[in-house]
Design a protein around this ligand. Structure first.
Ligand SMILES: NC(=O)c1ccc[n+]([C@@H]2O[C@H](COP(=O)([O-])OP(=O)(O)OC[C@H]3O[C@@H](n4cnc5c(N)ncnc54)[C@H](OP(=O)(O)O)[C@@H]3O)[C@@H](O)[C@H]2O)c1
Length: 226
């Protein structure tokens, strides 16, 4: 891995500016506090709203982030993040997540049983992964999906005890997984990596590792049985 790839990305594009996307932007903005010497990436957020309307929303929920259109989202992004509810993905073009410099796509989504939304009618994690992979032709890393937006924005810590977050990808996408795991660490969390679908149901809503606080040892045990 080159130094450029192991460093925090300079620009992160996030599609979806709701609870999850804006919490991620706030968590990324904390990097210089949580990892002294590290700089916060530029975060650009897009939703269905035009940038001018989104700007107003971000003033409250992600004041350091830039509002852009979905078409502009990935123009400068090294890392793109999907933070749109799965039941809305029919309206998303995954190609919008890939720009000329994009090297990694992060899937932050879950099958979430929200009021009025039928969880069984939403695409599964494997289906979203395949759709992103085909639509972007980039490595896809699953991250930030196992923590509530409240905790994501506020639970990062400089020192132990630190909460651990899971970071997964296909077995052969080690570079992309490491890049996001390193980013997670600069955000004040420990990262526990997993490859393929080995972790399975424990990371899905209702599973023991989903939405609950674990240190690295405990999460490692849940994901890998050791
Ligand atoms: N909430 C959490 O604590 C949390 C934590 C981790 C992961 N997640 C996952 O993250 C995903 C998003 O959840 P959320 O809670 O952030 O939902 P949310 O608060 O309802 O926000 C959804 C966002 O997606 C945008 N969106 C919808 N359709 C779109 C489209 N076609 N193109 C571009 N943007 C679109 C919405 O834009 P408009 O407002 O303009 O429609 C809105 O900004 C879900 O899969 C969820 O399971 C959530």
């Amino acid at each position: 891995m080159s130094d450029a790839e192991s460093a925090a990305p300079l620009t992160v594009g996030v599609l979806g500016a709701g609870r999850a996307g804006t919490a991620l932007a706030r968590a990324l903005a904390r990097i210089p506090t949580l990892t002294p010497g590290a700089s916060a990436p530029v975060v650009r957020l897009a939703s269905t709203a035009p940038p001018r309307r989104l700007r107003h929303h971000l003033t409250i929920y992600a004041p350091r982030a830039e509002a852009v259109s979905a078409e502009q989202l990935a123009a400068q992004a090294e890392v793109s993040v999907l933070a749109v509810p799965r039941d809305a993905l029919d309206d998303v073009d995954p190609a919008a997540l890939r720009g000329p410099r994009t090297r990694t796509v992060v899937d932050m989504t879950n099958t979430w049983d929200a009021p009025g939304v039928d969880a069984a009618a939403q695409p599964t994690t494997a289906e979203v992964d395949a759709w992103l992979r085909t639509g972007t032709e980039l490595p896809v890393v699953r991250a930030f999906f196992d923590v509530s937006h409240h905790d994501l924005a506020a639970a990062g810590r400089v020192r132990a005890p630190r909460r651990a977050l899971a970071v997964g990808s296909a077995a052969d996408e080690v570079r992309a997984r490491r890049e996001i795991a390193n980013l997670v660490r600069t955000m004040g969390y420990d990262a526990v990596e997993f490859a393929g679908s080995a972790a399975g149901a424990v990371l899905e809503p209702g599973g023991a590792a989903f939405g609950t606080e674990h240190d690295a040892e405990s999460l490692e045990r849940l994901l890998h049985g050791r």
